[in-house]
Design a protein around this ligand. Structure first.
Ligand code: SF4
Length: 252
């Protein structure tokens, strides 16, 4: 019997009050508990960023490595011991810029790990520089006149790169986070979960996201790759952000 407290660390996170990382941390612990995964059977791997301290604050095995490099380490761990539950973490800065190449090839490779990306649209740890998912015009220390770069669409990239499980959830809704993470961990292949996360200090507000996030219902068919791509691209218009499992390949 695995209890939620089995995954708790005695150390306390030092994230800003109200940061979405708290929801993601608790959701991971709840998902592992629901799946009866004992702490010694899970490995959490991260890189660099505010999010990257997450393995410090769980009782599972953890590995904190280089910026954007959690995926090669996580895939290696899984290949060495297929019985472990391996979860890699990235940030939109860490995972989609420094780790962009690893991300594409992990989608193609389909090693059965879960990749959780804390997507808040900024490099939070280094005080809010624009990231690959920042909007055009984002003003920051590194873009005082506003970013001129178009934002990356990570879900569309994942679908186009061959990922077999592509989902988005919202850190403002813990029960949805737990549900999606549980299904991602159970998926027999590479599972991307992009978690929309307000950065209350440097990024967009909770109000911005809650006005745009909506949830895919039971009528949505995640096996249709064309529809999944349309849902992924929809968020680029800035008005609607679909959350749920956008694409899942059923394996025979
Ligand atoms: Fe969270 Fe942003 Fe604070 Fe980092 S800077 S801990 S991402 S609220």
């Amino acid at each position: 019997m695995v209890e939620l407290q089995d995954h708790n660390s005695t150390e306390k996170p030092n994230w800003c009050p109200g940061c979405g990382n708290f929801t993601i941390l608790k959701s991971v612990q709840k998902a592992l508990t629901e799946l009866h995964c004992e702490p010694h059977n899970a490995v959490l791997v991260s890189g660099v960023g505010c999010f990257a301290k997450l393995p410090y604050w769980t009782k599972t095995n953890g590995f904190v490595g280089l910026h954007g490099r959690s995926l090669p380490v996580a895939q290696g761990i899984k290949l060495a011991n297929k019985d472990l539950t391996v979860i890699a973490f990235g940030g939109d800065g860490d995972g989609y810029s420094e780790g962009g190449n690893h991300f594409i090839h992990a989608c193609r490779r389909d090693v059965p790990i879960t990749y959780i990306v804390h997507n808040n649209g900024v490099f939070g740890l280094t005080t809010g520089q624009y990231s690959p998912t920042s909007d055009i015009g984002k003003k920051s220390k590194s873009s005082p006149l506003g970013s001129t770069e178009r934002p990356l669409n990570p879900l569309a990239v994942a679908i186009a790169s061959g990922a077999t499980f592509v989902a988005r959830t919202y850190a403002g809704n813990m029960s949805h986070c737990v549900d999606i993470l549980t299904k991602a961990i159970q998926h027999d292949g590479f599972a991307l979960v992009d978690v929309i996360q307000p950065c209350l200090t440097f990024g967009k507000t909770t109000k911005y996201y809650t006005e745009r996030v909506y949830y895919l219902d039971d009528k949505y068919d995640p096996s249709d790759k064309s529809i999944a791509f349309i849902k992924a691209v929809e968020s680029e218009h800035g008005q609607k952000i679909a959350c749920g499992i956008l694409y899942r390949e059923t394996k025979v």
